[in-house]
Design a protein around this ligand. Structure first.
Ligand code: NAD
Ligand code: ZN
Length: 375
């Protein structure tokens, strides 16, 4: 009897441990106003030699600004300014990697991404593809990366996506929008300086901030929720409420949204996002709608899934006088709707998190079409 019990126990432990993710976290973080000025010192021990440069991938919004002048360049370091107008693409990663390999005799000592989710994801992907053969599109998926990436350091300049903590680099590929999800994707170092998010427009602040808010709602309302995700999600949600509905000073607001982004990212790392993200992926794939605004466009129509979240969202929208564009899907063809629905339905884990294992019983193509038609 005792032996049988022990075997059962062992089996159940074995069964359980096999399902738990062993999630990698960012090993080093610097946080604080003006911490950007420590970047030079941070990179010094990482530098391999004078021929192995630090490559800075920087949002081109900063070209010609004082921030660009503060980038600590030595030896043959290079700054590459990149537009964040469009979401990052696998071909863009391939071109950047080829140029870096052709331009230098040695692999870079470090890739440093400075910008929003777009630049952070590009930097993660470039650092991976410098050491892995083929095209970035071959690594879109889960745990396909074989070789450790070049050291990469992320510096967010807008808060909300959680890309600074996540193990994914979301890319638009030739046939899908999907992340390079791997342990090698995670930044080796992150620098959080709330001063850097100063220049963000109100609309963009709201869209990217709402990405964080929606991460919290989808994680906290999901079936994958556990104490790990809940603690981070609840903290991030409280911070979002303070930022978007409270009366904080601009500095406090920037500081707290930066931390909300971090905690929101940590929350979904160990659970999953949900309905808004699944539908937003469809919009983004077909129409190139960017992640933050795409989530907002979808979320306001998700009352039946997230009643309290949508109520709060509307309050925040009103408080900040945000007018979302209307009629985005008004002129779409049958084929267009089918493409978006296919992309959204392909996000199985997101639906399962939102609605449980039986999600297919309620989430039909007709159902998704009726939501898209409202956007
Ligand atoms: P973004 O990087 O796309 O930038 C949005 C806009 O803000 C751009 O015009 C940019 O130039 C501008 N901007 C950035 N910093 C600024 C500043 N300090 N001052 C003025 N303007 C500034 O924004 P985002 O919303 O952070 O990122 C969206 C991207 O992140 C999408 O590609 C999405 O797929 C990705 N994403 C990734 C993850 C992840 O875990 N890897 C999670 C969510 C979203
Ligand atoms: Zn998101």
């Amino acid at each position: 009897m005792e032996i049988k019990k022990e075997i059962r126990l062992k089996e159940s432990i074995k069964g359980q441990t096999a399902n738990y993710k062993n999630f990698p976290m960012v090993p080093r973080v610097i946080y604080g106003r003006g911490s950007f000025d420590q970047l030079g010192a941070l990179l010094m021990p990482i530098r391999k030699n004078a021929d192995a440069p630090c490559i800075f991938l920087v949002d081109d919004i900063f070209e010609g600004t004082p921030l660009a002048d503060r980038i600590p360049l030595i030896f043959n370091d290079q700054v590459i300014f990149i537009s964040a107008e469009e979401e990052p693409k696998t071909v863009q990663v391939d071109v950047l990697v080829a140029n870096i390999k052709n331009g230098f005799t040695e692999l870079p000592s470090a890739i440093i991404g400075i910008g929003g989710g777009t630049l952070l994801d590009l930097s993660k992907a470039v650092s991976i593809m410098l050491t892995n053969i083929g095209s970035a599109s071959e690594y879109q998926g889960w745990d396909l990366v074989q070789q450790a990436a070049v050291y990469h350091l992320g510096i967010p300049t807008i808060s909300g996506t959680g890309a600074e903590v996540s193990r994914t680099a979301v890319l638009l590929g030739p046939d899908k929008k999907l992340g390079i999800n791997s342990d090698h994707t995670v930044f080796d170092q992150v620098l959080l300086d709330p001063e850097l998010t100063k220049g963000v427009s109100k609309e963009q602040w709201f869209y990217t901030g709402m990405d964080c808010f929606i991460h919290c709602i989808e994680s906290l309302e999901g079936t994958y929720l556990n104490a790990f995700s809940q603690t981070y999600g609840e903290k991030a949600l409280d911070l979002c409420k303070e930022v978007f509905l409270g009366n904080l000073s601009p500095l406090e607001s920037r500081e707290k949204l930066m931390m909300a982004s971090w905690h929101g990212g940590m929350s979904i790392a160990y659970s999953q996002v949900g309905v808004a993200h699944a539908l937003s992926y469809g919009l983004s794939y077909l129409l190139g709608v960017k992640h933050g605004i795409g989530n907002c466009l979808v979320f306001e129509h998700l009352q039946e899934f997230y009643p309290e979240g949508v109520m709060l969202f509307n309050k925040m929208k009103q408080r900040h006088g945000i007018e979302l564009p209307q009629g985005i899907c008004a002129d779409l063809t049958e084929d267009d709707f089918d493409i978006m629905i296919k992309v959204a339905l392909g996000m199985g884990p997101l639906w399962e998190n939102a609605l449980g294992k039986e999600w297919r019983k309620t989430i039909t193509p007709q159902k998704l079409r009726s939501i898209y038609q409202k956007i």
